[in-house]
Design a protein. Structure first.
Lengths: 363, 428
């Protein structure tokens, strides 16, 4: 097993030799912090103390490594630790501030591949095992030999911050690669051929072929691309499934049904009062954090929604589950709305089952 | 206890009145920010900032530019600038530049810049000469890895062949030496760039500037200052560059094609032009559907076909009147055809006939925006999600995003937190 990164433990050489900082401006770069690490040794620190709110401060650095035998990789894993903290100010905006840590690999063609990206909300000092034995073998082997880069980023979203400061650290970054140990197989093959016919003759030749086992492969893939937005205020945004928010702002997603008196499925409900007692939500548990979901019901074309909010899922095992929302509401016709407003996770649902009873004639 | 089932959840928006025969899973307005995937409802993808080009800049186009040698760049166009993003992540401007001579009086706090070695800054009629609004910088102060470099100064006036005045005092430390003036483009208000990747180069044009060409190195240049002028629409067809609605004197029904294989030559025997005499209408865009070149007018579709003849390569013998395209930038390539905004619906072209696909949302689409705003709609195809997105500004100046999933034939509405001016494919 070979450690291919230099100074992932940060001993004071961020600016030279190993890590190249980029992005942001001269005020917004990683810098060495001797005492800020969760582990022995230093860390790479970034932070916001002053400046204009509603801006994401971007800190990035990169380090190259060279692959010459990508096809022979047996294992390739990454570890990383990170920390983040605010100064404990009573600034009310601190809980709305976030830091997004991201580790990416850039292949020899210059294309980026996400290893892990995760966003955290600011609060007390928190140390995180960001990655432990994260498998990157497939990425390395798919894009092959050449000069690669490890890119580390920390994006601090400052919300409407006025008084507090926000910091983050990268600590103990490693990329360990182990290669297969191939032997050499030598084999001798003897070829002989005999021909006979009128004026019989024979011809014999031998040849020796040496076989040596080699796993040399070269794989080339079409360069990767993605989709971007351009905005009226000069911003370019990258759209991707890894983003759960609109550049830090929560995405308010809601699905709203047509007005229904249930007669499409139950003709006996036509023209009757109905009382709803429960709504069962069928969903897929795709997020490793519980999603806050609100189901609302509005009867008879009125203006008022009756809402029930529950935390749904949170295991992230991609299995089909259900959650009951208990609600009692009476009417002839109803509209249903399902809402998920979040900056941190996704939500996927597959259906709703509404439990109701019928009553007297609607008039 | 009875049960009412909405299962599976497999449909997007449908503005039709609820009916007994309508699938229960359709959503009503203003349902937003969801998509349908494998018979389930998902929150749409979010986005994160990739680059800040500076306030007040309207990003109009994002172009994935891949050359036959494998190099990839992303080209970004704004009303005044063209930029590229290299695969290494660095950015640079590719605007036409003026660099003749040197300067010998500049530096911090200086507004008036004096030239040396005959910069010849005044040259009336020459598009490449410096102009008011162009940007000035001394090369020693210019860091291409820090674009937009803060030392760029805006030119207020061209005083003489050897003197220009900046709007604000120059901020760079250098006082003399080589300099660069970056020409600013001037896309007309309410209009956008048109572009085509042809023969390993990017061609881009608008109704005010010469057609530009960028070959992948250096800066953009004028394609042909005699013939390729103010072309509002560009496309590749029959191994030629095609331009429409062009000319120093605007030919709104004019279309021209370059020499075969050489977009810079518009006078060769294999180059040519055509003026559509159906003058009660005018060209609103170009597209390709199958093997046909489609010339869009507001209420007609004109189909061109290759003839195989060297000197008359395209014939336009078929016109379908009654449906056309009112929004030039709504034309999107999707699955071998085009999708676009007509006067009353969203259409695709099936063979050579327009086919409406927007019935589920068209009442809402055509009610939230005026005709003028609909004509400025911009669309693009996100092939990774099988979605065509159209950005429309409503009567309250809100930027709405109507989404058509062409694989499922479902419609969505995305309410994005930021006012988006364009979308497109780019390198990672």
């Amino acid at each position: 097993m070979a450690e291919v990164l230099s100074n992932g433990g940060f001993t004071g050489s961020i600016d030279s030799d190993y890590w190249t900082k980029y992005g942001g401006s001269s005020r917004h770069m990683f810098y060495y912090d001797a005492t800020g690490a969760a582990h022995t040794g230093g860390a790479a620190k970034c932070g916001h103390t002053t400046g204009t709110p509603f801006t994401t401060m971007r800190y990035s650095m990169k380090q190259p490594f060279t692959l010459t035998a990508a096809a022979d990789i047996d294992t390739a894993n990454m570890d990383a630790w990170c920390q983040y903290n605010d100064n404990g100010s009573t600034d009310p905006e601190v809980p709305n501030c976030t830091i997004q840590f991201a580790v990416k690999l850039r292949d020899p063609d210059g294309n980026f591949h996400n290893v892990k990206t995760k966003t955290y909300n600011y609060g007390d000092l928190t140390s995180i095992t960001f990655m432990n034995n994260k498998d990157v073998k497939t990425i390395l082997q798919t894009y092959g030999n050449g000069t690669w880069y490890v890119h580390l980023s920390a994006f601090i979203y400052r919300a409407n911050l006025t008084g507090a400061w926000l910091v983050g650290w990268w600590d103990d970054i490693s990329l360990d690669i182990a290669y297969y140990d191939y032997g050499t197989v030598t084999e001798t093959i003897t070829l002989s051929e005999t021909a006979s016919g009128v004026g019989a003759f024979s011809d014999t030749f031998t040849d020796t072929i040496t076989l040596s086992d080699s796993g040399a492969l070269s794989a080339s893939a079409d360069p990767a691309f993605g989709y971007y937005f351009g905005s009226y205020d000069g911003k370019v945004y990258f759209e991707d499934s890894t983003y759960k928010s609109d550049d830090g702002t929560s995405i308010d997603a809601y699905w709203e049904s047509k007005e229904t008196d249930f007669a499409e499925e139950d003709m006996q409900a036509l023209g009757k009062f109905k009382t709803i007692y429960q709504i069962r939500l069928l969903y897929v548990d795709i997020s490793d954090a519980a999603a806050t979901v609100t189901i609302s019901v509005k009867p008879d074309g009125g203006a008022t929604w009756t809402a029930i909010t529950e935390n749904v899922g949170g295991v992230g095992d991609d299995t089909n589950k259900n959650k009951d929302f208990n609600i009692i509401i009476t009417g002839n016709s109803f509209k249903f709305r399902l809402q998920h407003d979040s900056a941190d996770n996704n939500f996927q649902w597959t259906g709703m089952e509404v439990d109701y009873t019928t009553g007297g004639d609607y008039f | 206890m009875r049960k009412y089932l909405i299962r599976p959840a497999s449909h997007g928006l449908d503005m039709s009145a609820p009916s007994l025969h309508q699938d229960l899973g359709h959503a009503d307005w203003p349902a937003q920010n969801f998509k349908i995937s494998q018979k389930s409802v998902l929150k749409r993808y979010g986005y994160g900032e990739d680059r800040d080009l500076g306030g007040g800049i309207d990003v109009q186009a994002i172009i994935y530019y891949k050359k036959s040698d494998g190099t990839i760049r992303t080209v970004y166009l704004t009303p005044t600038n063209a930029m590229i993003r290299e695969s290494s992540g660095t950015w640079s401007y590719i605007n036409v530049e003026y660099t003749t001579g040197t300067v010998d009086t500049a530096g911090v706090s200086v507004n008036v810049i004096t030239g040396a070695s005959t910069p010849d800054w005044v040259d009336t009629g020459d598009y490449t000469a410096p102009a008011i609004g162009d940007y000035f910088i001394i090369d020693d102060d210019h860091s291409s890895t820090a674009e937009p470099d803060t030392n760029w100064g805006v030119i207020e006036s061209i005083d003489s062949d050897t003197q220009i005045t900046l709007v604000d005092a120059y901020t760079g430390a250098s006082t003399d030496g080589d300099y660069t003036i970056s020409k600013q483009y001037a896309v007309p208000s309410g209009e956008r760039w048109s572009w085509a990747v042809v023969n390993d180069s990017v061609y881009f044009s608008n109704g005010a500037d010469y057609v530009q060409v960028y070959t992948g190195s250096g800066k953009a240049t004028q394609l042909n200052t005699t013939s390729a002028i103010k072309a509002r629409y560009l496309i590749e067809y029959a191994n030629r560059l095609i331009m429409a609605d062009y000319g120093s004197t605007r030919a709104a029904n004019g279309l021209a094609w370059s020499k075969e294989g050489d977009p810079s030559d518009w006078t060769d025997t294999t180059a040519g032009s055509n003026t559509f005499l159906q003058s009660d209408d005018y060209i609103t865009g170009l597209g390709k559907v199958g093997g046909s070149l489609v010339v869009y007018q507001r209420d007609s579709l004109i189909f061109g076909q290759r003839t195989g003849e060297y000197v008359a390569p395209i014939e336009f013998s078929r016109t379908k009147r009654g449906v056309g395209c009112i929004a030039p930038y709504s034309i999107v390539d999707v699955r071998g055809t085009n999708a676009f905004f007509g006067r009353d619906d969203v259409y695709i072209i099936d063979g050579e006939s327009p086919y409406p696909v927007g019935e589920k949302i068209r009442d809402k689409l055509f009610s939230v925006a005026t005709t003028t705003e609909l004509e400025k709609a911009y669309g693009y195809n996100n092939m990774l999600q099988n979605e065509v997105r159209w950005f429309v500004t409503d009567i309250d100046s809100n930027r709405l995003c109507f989404v058509w999933n062409y694989k499922l034939d479902e419609w969505y509405y995305y309410n994005l937190n930021d006012a988006m001016s364009c979308g497109g494919k780019g390198q990672l």
